[in-house]
Design a protein around this ligand. Structure first.
Ligand code: 4NP
Length: 155
């Protein structure tokens, strides 16, 4: 059982795509676990993901159109085993809410699962074109495939 939360800023581009792809990968690989996403910017709360994110995910056979953006809360530290952030701002935001070392230990940069260990970031595609959204999708997919391998080892 591995419960995974993805965190970005708006919860309408990066983290909903990551949520959608990991849910699909968990289902395909019979891995049990809750997968969700959240953000820190209240501007888009309760809205579905960005149209570009929906479209890129749809082309990969993933329907994220039902997702509604929500804010990260301290309760998320209790509900999830791993919390993956996209960039340094997300890392700061999550750490600001963390209550203790146990909380902080659950948080890492998503791309660190690839073993790079240099806190590489998944760039915010919100102010770019759909091509950047697609690139971000592929980048996160590599990381999510690795999360599946790690979850299998834990089973
Ligand atoms: P995301 O992109 O963090 O990948 O969902 C963003 C979407 C909206 C905003 C920022 C980032 N915003 O400030 O509205």
């Amino acid at each position: 059982m591995m419960n995974v939360l993805f965190v970005c800023l708006g919860n309408i581009c990066r983290s909903p795509m990551a949520e959608g792809m990991l849910k699909k990968l968990f289902a395909e690989n019979n891995i049990a676990g809750r997968v969700d996403s959240a953000g820190f910017e209240s501007f888009h709360i309760n809205e579905p993901p960005d149209e570009r994110a929906i479209s890129v995910a749809k082309k990969a056979g993933i329907d994220i159109s039902k997702k509604k953006a929500r804010l990260f809360t301290a309760d998320d530290f209790d509900a999830f085993d791993r919390i993956y952030v996209m960039d340094t701002q997300n890392m700061r935001d999550v750490r600001d809410v963390s209550r203790n070392d146990s909380d902080t230990k659950k948080v890492d940069y998503l791309l660190n699962v690839l073993g790079v260990g240099v806190n590489k970031t998944v760039p915010d595609p919100y102010h770019s074109g759909i091509e950047d959204c697609k690139n971000v999708f592929e980048l996160m997919l590599t990381a999510c495939e690795k999360i599946v391998e790690l979850a299998k080892e834990k089973q």
